[in-house]
Design a binder for this molecule. Sequence first.
Ligand code: PLP
Length: 467
Amino acid sequence: MTDATTPALERALHHARAHLETLDTQPVAARADLATLRARLGVPWTDAGVPAVQVVDDLVAATAGGHHASAGGRFFGWVIGGALPAALAADWLTSTWDQNAGLYACGPAAAVTEEVCGAWLKDLFDLPAHASFALTTGCQLAHVTALAAARHAVLEAAGWDVEQEGLFGAPRVRIIVNEDRHGSVDRAVRQLGFGRASLQIVPLDPDGRLGAASLAQALAVGSGPTIVVLQAGDLHLGACDDYEALIPLAKAAGAWVHVDGAFGLWAKASPRRAHLMRGIEAADSWATDGHKWLNVPYDSGLAFVRDAAAHLAAMTLSASYLAPGGDARDQIDFTPEFSRRARGFAIYAALRELGRSGLADLIDRCCDHAAALAHGIAALPGAELIAGPGLNQAMVRFRDPREGAGEADHALRTNAVIAAINAGGEAFFSPSVWRGRRGMRISVSNWRTDERDVARAVETVRGVLAA
Ligand SMILES: Cc1ncc(COP(=O)(O)O)c(C=O)c1O
């Protein structure tokens, strides 16, 4: 018997196919502007409902041109990732099954799938088997989760029960971070009540890594409960800290070490690049994303915590009407959310589809394509490499050819070139500023990107520069 949802799902499949099967030919950048999208979507919400099939068709029509073709291989902005076939299909099923993945009792298969994902990923990243983990919305909430565990542990060591007493009157926690850290670290720090004043900001070495001498100096100028945040994959040049040197230093000072490995941690999966992560397993907590380099659909983040007791203490929840899973793992004890999506299915599917060698290959391909793009573009007249390539990241900029042109002119020229590339629809890049210089980021994190995409993008940039 046909279910009431089947016609709408069939329309969704039809539209999904139309989107995916034209990724190679549609403009990469969204081309519908803000006013158009508002006008199309902002129809009166009617008293009477609309048949489901029409809702789906209308949604597709109203948003047409309002999506970047970031599912395709020529989208190089930010670190957006892609969606592997099995992961996308599993994500559809996740919505179909519609489990509340907070408790084993609410979704037994969802709970066990997450359990398996946690075990596979700890093994992949070489993290301690006893470490706890949480599947979160993204790396932002992975930071919050891991740093909540850190807050618990460092304050407990100082004789303060933060879960009971809160932060009012607590010993001040200092958080040592690098000058180029991702903004999500700062927001986690604010959300956890530490405040910006807790940040002790350390300059980076010219290679974008935190120097051992700089960290030693920072550790020496303060005292008390301390958290050190290290970086696995900086977003401009993919820089990875020297964990073998830094983590023992931080540990010797009694600090909790947290790693922002939103995308960089996945380098561990590649035998060619795992050396960049050497020593990282000695940290206390790690945050990363599934929706970036693992290529599962949004939203998908991962937190791992060495001290499972601290993690549990920071996150656990019990209520009279909840049914704890006994032997089973209740996700609610580890995540910042209550009700939540069953994020494990897509991660499980991605890991199974790729296998170990497929994942290694995905990481290596993206890095190789990023390097080819960076060198290919930097070799064009008027272009120059300003950072990287490292991992799957690099920065280039475009110089204003006029005699006497200064930094501000190069920044304007760079903005104009990026705008022209994106407007052309053949490739998409996003801008950023590194060491005071405006540049175009090159970031490759989609399983679909191949040599043809790289060549097409370089030719596009060549054409824009020659125009
Ligand atoms: C280095 C780094 N850390 C953290 C984040 C935050 O991750 P998410 O957007 O998944 O919350 C990002 C996202 O771009 C990132 O690049």
